[in-house]
Design a protein around this ligand. Structure first.
Ligand code: ZN
Length: 347
């Protein structure tokens, strides 16, 4: 057996040599057969320097359990299943006990407890846990279905916890769902999305970043600027930045799902009356927005677009876009392919 790497020395009564001395705690990579599959994982053990080579290592019960947990988690990761920690964090995000979560999903009461500590969950159980992971509405559906498993007071309590989760981030989740839903046909990288799949975190950062630098940023102008950001990114790097898909519209390029886009909970968009009493969407920076998702290269591209259009009025940027090949060579309603977007004029 490989002797492993020393982690620390612990003074204890050694069960191997019968003396009290410094026993070495060590770790090494080991292999185990789980569900017919060979899995590599890290195991810990104690090592006695006094004992003979035949039997110079031992494990405590706690250690054995932890080693097995590591092995099972290695199996889970290898097979794309939730790890025991992930199952704990899903449960805790709902503030539910192990028994309540098991009841909610219609399972035996000990099931969650077993998944968190030992047993590897079956694929179908894994899928159900993933269903409720970021979706309190789904959890409410399960509660309806399995209501009989709870006592009255308990059910009210569980429902309250789910609603709390729904309130705290459900709104953001739902607005994202609505926007994402418009992109179901564009989940693969293609000429339509500039070989980038939809990245909502990035879109929110790009929009807020533009709003930080452009006062009086209204929707029409923002839409064109986003297209130029993606088009330049594609021209320079061979892939767009946001993953949005744009259509040829009278007013230039318009991303698919632009209504849902403006509803994203993390954007700071306000409806304001303009001088001619039309209501217009004014985009402000989002307080506390995390821009670390944008790398320097991406910021340079956005800066370039900001510098060019900062002082353009909506009408001016529309007229400017009308001269692009991407606009001239597509018809109203067409998706603007990035192979055409790439031909934008330099500025
Ligand atoms: Zn010993």
């Amino acid at each position: 057996m490989e002797t492993g790497v020393l982690i620390r020395k612990i003074h204890m009564d050694c069960p191997l040599c019968g003396k009290a001395h410094e026993v070495e705690e060590r770790k090494r990579f080991a292999t185990i057969l789980l569900k017919g599959d060979e899995v590599n994982y890290e195991e810990r053990f104690y090592f006695c320097v006094n004992a003979d080579e035949e039997e110079n290592e031992f494990e405590t019960g706690t250690m054995t359990n932890e080693n097995l947990l590591n092995a099972r988690n290695a199996y889970r990761i290898k097979h794309g299943l939730l790890t025991s920690d992930e199952i704990v964090s899903i449960r805790e995000s709902y503030g539910l006990s192990q028994v309540d979560l098991a009841r909610l999903l219609g399972w035996g009461e000990a099931t969650i407890s077993r998944y968190e500590s030992k047993t590897i969950q079956d694929e179908a159980y894994d899928t159900m846990l993933r269903l409720i992971k970021d979706n309190p509405l789904q959890a409410l559906e399960f509660l309806k279905k399995n209501a009989a498993k709870f006592s009255g007071a308990n059910r009210v309590e569980v429902r309250k916890n789910i609603i709390e989760k729904l309130d705290s981030y459900g709104k953001e989740y739902l607005t994202r769902q609505a926007f994402e839903g418009e992109y179901v046909n564009y989940e693969e990288p293609s000429d339509s999305n500039g070989f980038t799949t939809l990245d909502i975190d990035k879109i929110e950062a790009v929009i807020s970043y533009i709003a930080e630098n452009v006062s009086n940023l209204f929707k029409v102008k923002l839409m064109k600027m986003l297209w130029y950001v993606d088009a330049f990114s594609y021209k320079l790097n061979g892939c767009a930045m946001t993953g949005m898909v744009y259509r040829h519209n009278d007013m230039g390029a318009l991303p698919i799902g632009h209504y849902s886009l403006m509803n994203l909970e993390n954007l700071n968009v306000r409806e304001e009356e303009s001088y001619n009493y039309d209501s217009m969407l004014h985009i402000y920076p989002t307080r506390g927005m995390d821009y670390s998702i944008l790398n320097d290269d991406e910021k340079n591209i956005i800066d370039k677009v900001i510098k060019k259009f900062k002082n353009y009025k909506a009408k001016e940027i529309i007229d400017y876009m009308h001269e692009e090949k991407a606009y001239i060579e597509t018809r109203p309603g067409d998706i603007i392919p990035f192979s055409l977007a790439k031909k934008i004029r330099e500025f």
